[in-house]
Design a protein around this ligand. Structure first.
Ligand code: HEM
Length: 346
């Protein structure tokens, strides 16, 4: 609704088209060595993107379906805009604001093609990332009943539904804030990203590295145009940066006086995390995503108890889809079954 003024109806019992598209892609993601090799080579030799391996085909199908959904939404919003208002209210959705920008006087004219591309980008960037993070947050709460109980106590004590401003603050519901950020730290949906050096540079190292030839180096030279992979999941979970319990899901670290070690405080990025990348191309939707996660978790955890379907020691593995998703070891597809019961009070 906030993105497109469109009710995808995923809570209405029928899977929304958008959800089906992404699930179909994830389910098809039984990538063979050939699939993976083709995708990797396509980055360097674009001709490889025409090789009809299953995941490239799924990607093309997904692109086409997304274009169809985005086009329908665009036509509808434009029609409703011409008729005046949407649902009796001014359309303040992301796409409504974008469409208005196409007519803005003075400013740069935004073409329909650009609006369509932005919608596709938002469907991809805003949906699978947040749904992946929500899945991980619920898995961690299911695996850690004490943390889930503590969160529920805070939410029930707060009483009313938090407003958008309250959700954006780290002070209103501090434990909810800590649970969300700990989940984003330990399970960033995008585990790596790539940047290209725009100029020659020399990067100093915080500690010397021994090369293959046995030489100790204190800096790395990077030539203009070099692609640099940034392993954000590894950085977020590094014991050298976050301390010995870096790999443990422990929301309390966000609330304790010295909970965030000095080395982690030196990491730039949103709340010392690289989950939303950093620099000029960082995530535009991070504030929205965090508030969305908090809003959904606060409603769900107050009303329901989440448990691992097969007990707290259920083994989880990563399944490769558009993004890596959790699933029970040995199971097919990209589903993560949880046992959900209504919270009846203590
Ligand atoms: C937990 C949820 C999310 C995570 C972890 C996340 C993470 C990221 C990351 C890492 C990037 C940089 C990717 C790269 O450059 O390779 C990015 C870019 C972006 N994200 Fe998010 N994102 C999330 C949710 C959202 C939402 C909800 C929206 C929109 C409402 C959004 C909109 C965007 C856009 C438009 C970009 C491109 C920015 C640019 O290139 O200038 N994201 N996101």
């Amino acid at each position: 609704m906030a993105g497109f003024s469109h009710e995808f109806d995923s809570l209405g019992g029928k899977p929304a088209t958008i959800q089906q598209v992404f699930s179909a892609f994830d389910a098809s993601a039984k990538q063979s060595f050939v699939d993976v090799a083709v995708v990797l080579f396509a980055d360097v030799f674009p001709v490889f993107s025409y090789v009809p391996v299953s995941c490239v085909k799924s990607l093309t199908d997904m692109q086409n379906t997304l274009s169809g959904i985005a086009k329908k939404l665009l036509d509808r919003v434009e029609k409703e805009k011409k008729e005046g208002v949407i649902d009796g209210k001014e359309d303040k959705s992301i796409i409504g604001v974008l469409i208005k920008a196409t007519e803005a006087e003075g400013g740069r004219h935004v073409t329909s093609e650009e609006v369509l591309s932005s919608m596709k980008e938002l469907l991809l960037a805003g949906y699978i990332t947040t749904s992946n993070s929500m899945t991980w947050a619920l898995v961690e709460l299911a695996r850690n009943p004490d943390i889930q109980g503590k969160l529920r106590d805070e939410l029930l004590a707060f009483g009313s539904e938090p407003t958008y401003d309250q959700l954006q603050s780290s002070l209103t519901l501090p434990y909810l804030d800590a649970v969300v950020h700990e989940s984003l730290r330990i399970h960033p949906p995008l585990t790596d990203f790539v940047r290209v050096a725009t100029e020659d540079d020399v990067i100093p190292l915080s500690a010397p590295v021994i090369t293959k030839s046995g030489q100790a180096i204190n800096s790395i030279s990077v030539a203009r145009g070099t692609k640099i992979g940034l392993p954000m999941a590894c950085i977020n979970r590094s014991t050298a940066i976050w301390g010995p319990d870096a790999k443990v899901f422990r929301p309390e670290r966000w609330l304790e006086k010295d909970g965030i070690p000095k080395k982690a405080q030196d990491v730039q990025g949103y709340r010392h995390l690289l989950t939303f990348a950093d620099g000029p191309r960082n995530c535009l939707g991070k504030g929205f995503a965090v508030s969305e996660m908090k809003a959904v978790l606060s409603v769900l955890v107050k009303s329901f108890v989440f448990e691992m379907r097969d007990g707290p020691n259920t083994q989880i593995e990563l399944c490769r889809g558009i993004l890596p998703r959790p699933r029970v070891v040995g199971e097919e597809g990209a589903a993560m079954p949880l046992r959900v019961t209504r919270y009846e009070g203590c």
